[in-house]
Design a protein around this ligand. Structure first.
Ligand code: PLP
Length: 399
């Protein structure tokens, strides 16, 4: 690659890539081809297709022209040879993993991987004879030690949830190449605006397109991008498991991507401003944001990312109840899981993903009752900051 990861790159492909010169009926926008199957004019056309003389669609589970344009757009943004799109982020992740591991294989995961990804490997695949090792967040020494002769795949997220750790991806890619292991990075929190893992040597990138790529909290979808040969293996899994992206959903993701660069640039700037205000606030115990010099991954993030993303995590002073009062006092963000949309969302992880655990059990895995995850939308950052400052005062959080 001629461009270093930190240089600005043109995001014009977000608006134009993957499209033919003209759509059907001269439509400016992507047509939604709503069909389950595709017709052949006659037997000769069918035979020509079967003999590989004609490239065309055959059946909805194997492909759809609306979905295909989205796939090419995502591949262009990820600087990847190809991409394949799914019905959800989890469908994308599980299909990518299934394409790369089989019985007797060993997988290494960083312990701060998305909870359902971790469960898929540690519980679900364990039933089918896939072994795993969990290594501490962003710890490459532990990763090297964990790789065994049967290791087929290393999985990480960048940045991770909720503490936004950023692993040194070029070094991770190097280790995986030396040991002939495939690497898979969930880049949902980063987006291709901020990070392009394939450019850094990573084999496969996955996204919950439900988040920033679609960007409007109105659709579920997922994507896998990488070298054409690997993506083809993942596509074959989709052909069998059937987790296809509906053409309407693909249209929505495609439309969302047109504004991805604008949204993410705004969210990067707003979140940096919010993190800086929170870090100085006497009622806030600690802030995690890779754009802050105090974040353990700040230097790595600076070296591989073009922006630090739209999620900030912080601990307020107080307890479970006062943290809940603070969240309830906020007027702009809605309480909901998810991130990456135009609307700001806030959650107290202790009461969302970790509700079933006791305070002590949560503490053991590093989730305090006073932890807040704030996914910044595209509202005016001054309004978001005023709202946060008012909420901290109203909730009776101690200094
Ligand atoms: N990866 C990350 C980092 C996520 O945050 C999520 C969902 O929250 C997923 C994957 C799963 O995506 P989906 O909900 O689209 O299946």
């Amino acid at each position: 690659m001629s461009e270093s990861p930190n240089e600005r790159r043109s995001l014009t492909p977000a608006v134009h890539s993957g499209e033919p010169a003209r759509f059907a009926h001269d439509s400016l926008t992507l047509p939604i081809i709503q069909t389950a199957t595709y017709t052949f004019a006659n037997t000769a056309e069918l035979v020509a297709y079967m003999q590989g003389q004609r490239e065309r669609e055959e059946y909805g589970r194997y492909g759809n022209p609306t979905v295909r344009v989205l796939e090419e757009r995502i591949a262009a943004l990820e600087l990847a040879e190809d991409a394949v799109v799914f019905s959800s982020g989890m469908a994308a992740i599980t299909s990518a993993i299934l394409a790369l591991v089989g019985q007797g294989a060993h997988v290494v995961l960083f312990n701060d991987c998305y909870r359902r990804t971790r469960q898929f490997v540690t519980s679900f695949l364990a039933r089918y004879g896939v072994r795993h090792t969990l290594v501490p967040s962003a710890d490459l020494t532990a990763l090297e030690a964990a790789i065994e002769p049967d290791t087929k795949l290393v999985i990480s997220e960048a940045p991770t949830n909720p503490y936004l750790a950023v692993v040194d991806l070029p070094r991770l890619a190097e280790i995986c190449k030396e040991r002939r292991v495939k690497s898979l990075i969930d880049s949902t929190f980063a987006t291709p605006v901020n990070l392009t893992p394939v450019e850094l040597g990573i084999d496969l990138v996955v996204h919950s397109a439900t988040k920033y790529l679609s960007g409007h909290n109105d659709v579920l979808a997922g994507a896998v991008a990488g070298k054409a040969g690997l993506v083809s293996l993942v596509r074959d899994v989709r052909h069998m498991m059937g987790a296809v992206c509906d053409p309407h959903a693909a249209y929505l993701v495609h439309r969302g991507i047109k504004t991805l660069a604008l949204r993410v640039a705004h969210q990067n700037a707003s979140t940096q401003a919010i993190a800086e205000v929170l870090e100085k606030h006497p009622k806030v115990a600690r802030v995690w944001y890779p754009g802050l010099a105090s974040h353990p991954s700040h230097e790595t993030a600076r070296s591989i990312m073009r922006g630090f993303g739209g999620v900030v995590t912080f601990e307020v002073k107080g307890d479970l109840a006062s943290t809940g009062r603070f969240i309830d006092a906020l007027k702009i963000p809605r309480i909901a899981p998810s991130l990456g949309g135009v609307e700001s969302l806030v959650e107290q992880p202790a009461l969302m993903s970790y509700f079933e655990l006791s305070t002590e059990a949560r503490e053991k895995i590093g989730i305090r009752d006073t932890l807040v995850r704030y996914a910044v939308g595209i509202e005016d950052p001054r309004d978001l900051i005023d709202d946060l400052l008012r909420g901290l005062t109203l909730a009776g959080i101690p200094d």
